[in-house]
Design a protein around this ligand. Structure first.
Ligand code: GDP
Length: 318
């Protein structure tokens, strides 16, 4: 039991959780909360967010929203001012994590396609296989994986090993075929094989460059995916935020996927991503195995960060 508890506690938001705990402990002691007390608590929260690698603009916006609401709301008699603020912070956390539903779009005309983008090493290929397995096992869909990475000779082989492991089709390789032609061929193959979803693994680069963006835009026009997903390594923190910002300026994304949530990242990428890309985080990668994938639920993550679900529901009832 203690072991399980430790795993639960050891998540990437640990430091942030501890900081929030101590800020709220201070507030609870204060009793009545005037503007000076609030101001000082907000300064502490801002510092905690920045230390967790949340981007500056997101941290500022967050604080402004919490302050506005805290000053504008009357405290109900049945709850303390501190409880009220916890509830406001909780709601704002959910908002910046992406309050709307973050489910993937599986309602399009079949065969439907998802395009996965991201830098090399972000966990893109692994994530393609994870989502393939998710669609197959959880949603009962027939899936085909396609590698559009012709730059790295091993890219196809890596995807094939994963496809074989999870017993999912993969579009066979034809030497020297260009990505755009591979994409066309995959739709023909999908129709013949009654495939529901084609998952396209695109080429990455070590850095963002113009050629990569051009190639991805061309491919996106050809594929017309229902989901254009950006895979990001949460361990890279602020760098992941920069990557997300560059990608979303160049191609219209529908969602992002954060990998290596099991590592000891500080959580800033998760908290900044929705504001930076304008689209929700849809999944999290929580390990190297195919099954290590979780749907991203903003409320649950907010609860994990604050660890004060009981107070939040108390205020909701009040
Ligand atoms: P790509 O270059 O973006 O296609 O990245 P890969 O899919 O090849 O992944 C790079 C490495 O990250 C591999 O060793 C994966 O097993 C590992 N990896 C991918 N996702 C996760 C994750 O969520 N957690 C952990 N711990 N490792 C991951």
């Amino acid at each position: 039991m203690r072991f399980l508890l430790e795993i639960w506690r050891k998540n990437m938001f640990n430091n942030l959780t501890e900081r929030f705990e101590s800020i709220f402990k201070g507030l609870k002691k204060t009793g009545s909360i005037d503007e000076t007390v609030l101001e000082s608590a907000m300064r502490d929260i801002r510092r905690a967010l920045l230390e967790a690698d949340v981007s500056l603009s997101v941290a500022k916006e967050f604080i402004n929203q919490v302050k506005d609401q805290a000053l504008g709301q009357e405290v109900l008699r049945s709850i303390t001012p501190a409880q009220m603020i916890i509830k406001i912070v909780n709601d704002e956390l959910i908002k910046i994590l992406g309050s709307e539903s973050s489910e993937i779009n599986v309602s399009g005309v079949l065969p439907s396609s998802f395009m996965f983008t991201g830098l090399q090493g972000s966990g893109k290929t692994t994530t393609v296989a994870k989502i393939g397995k998710y669609l197959k096992s959880k949603l009962n869909k027939k899936v085909m994986l396609v590698s559009l990475d012709v730059n790295r000779p091993a890219a196809f082989d890596q995807l094939k090993i994963l496809a074989d492991k999870i017993e999912i089709n993969i579009l066979p390789k034809i030497e020297n075929q260009m990505p755009i032609d591979i994409a066309k061929r995959s739709f023909e193959a999908a129709k013949l094989q009654d495939i529901d979803f084609i998952l396209f693994d695109t080429a990455g680069r070590t850095n963002i460059d113009e050629n990569l963006m051009k190639e991805l835009s061309l491919l996106k026009n050809e594929i017309k995916p229902v989901e254009t997903l950006l895979v990001l390594d949460s361990l890279t923190g602020q760098e992941a935020v920069n990557v997300a910002s560059d990608f979303s300026k160049n191609i219209k994304l529908t969602g992002s996927i954060l990998t290596r949530i099991d590592g000891d990242s500080r959580g800033g990428a998760a908290l900044s991503m929705k504001s930076i890309t304008g689209c929700p985080i849809k999944f999290m990668g929580v390990g190297e195995q195919i099954v290590d994938l979780e749907v991203f639920h903003p409320e649950r993550i907010a609860n994990r960060i604050l660890g004060m679900g009981d107070i939040v529901s108390l205020v909701e009832k009040a």
